[in-house]
Design a protein around this ligand. Structure first.
Ligand code: CP
Length: 296
């Protein structure tokens, strides 16, 4: 059987994504984890910082009986200019999957093209597909199927926004996106679905929304623009008052880390409508489900 990669949500069919999310919930509820990855190993390469994604993969692989090897670009040959294709072919001889966080979707694609084992995108500058598995799992655990619901994305039209656009297409929900001018999503990604709509204000985005999502205003790589972005995004903060304009039963999610006083009001994470820690916990279960799907 041909190997499968997970570089974007579009690498899976809608049915496959639904079954991964269902399995994530099933794994969450199991006191004893099945040893479905016994004898299997995966390499984790993180070229950018991570807490949630890395811990979820390392712990998840161990819980399912597998073995994770973390390769730091600092102390491996990856940071010393070995061709990506060579690393991909070598690791394909030794382990069962490679999980990569990088600022280059192109590098991920290059790696995946040379590897004969599954390659997983643990976040790039274009997409964060693993986060969306956890977000959809969390919504469905708390509110039922996300299909047909309305989701508001408020903030930077960057990698999380792009993955929400893909998710709207795959899970069949309506996505309203509000970003400052000049910070919208990539037009090509936006045009790839009829399920996403650009609106002018955060208030318009959240009106009638069942789920409100935001992300940091300055993602990794944008730190030098922070001052300019603080001014540009000032009208796009998600607060308790903004959530009051959404549908009854609205949930609020943030992939974290969060900056209180910037993209969210200082106390928003303590609001009962916020489910960000449940969401963060589901990174563990949804990523285990993804590994099972790709490896077993
Ligand atoms: N949300 C997320 O990907 O968190 P980390 O950057 O800590 O992995």
């Amino acid at each position: 059987m041909a190997k499968r990669d997970f570089l974007t949500l579009l690498d899976c069919s809608p049915e496959e994504l639904k079954s991964i999310v269902r399995r994530g919930t099933e794994l969450r509820g199991m006191a004893e984890q099945p040893q479905t990855l016994a004898g299997r190993s995966a390499v984790l390469v993180f070229q950018l910082n991570s807490t949630r994604t890395r811990v979820a993969f390392e712990v998840g692989i161990r819980e399912l009986g597998g073995h994770a090897v973390v390769l730091s670009p600092k102390d491996s040959q990856i940071g010393r200019g070995e061709p990506v294709e060579d690393t991909a072919r070598v690791l394909s001889e030794m382990v069962d999957a490679v999980i990569i966080r990088t600022a280059s979707q192109a590098l991920l694609e290059q790696f995946a093209a040379a590897a004969t084992i599954p390659v997983i995108n643990a976040m790039s500058e274009r997409y964060h597909p693993c986060q969306l598995l956890a977000d959809v799992q969390t919504f469905e655990e708390l509110r039922g199927p996300i299909e047909g619901r309305t989701v508001a994305f408020v903030g930077d039209g960057y990698n999380m926004c792009h993955s929400y656009i893909n998710a709207a297409r795959q899970w069949g929900f309506h996505l309203k996106i509000a970003t400052p001018q000049g910070y919208g999503p990539d037009p090509e990604i936006f045009r790839s679905t009829n399920n996403a709509e650009l609106v002018a204000t955060a208030e318009e985005a959240v009106a009638g929304a069942d789920l409100v999502v935001t992300d940091v205003w300055s993602s990794m790589g944008h730190e030098a623009e922070e001052r300019k972005r603080l001014a540009a995004f000032a009208d796009f903060q998600v607060s308790e008052t903004l959530l009051d304009k959404a549908a009854d039963g609205v949930l609020f999610m943030h992939c974290l880390p969060a900056h209180r006083g910037q993209e969210i009001s200082p106390t928003l994470l303590d609001d009962p409508r916020a489910c960000v820690f449940h969401e963060a916990g589901n990174r563990l279960h949804s990523q285990k489900a993804l590994l099972e799907f790709l490896l077993t």
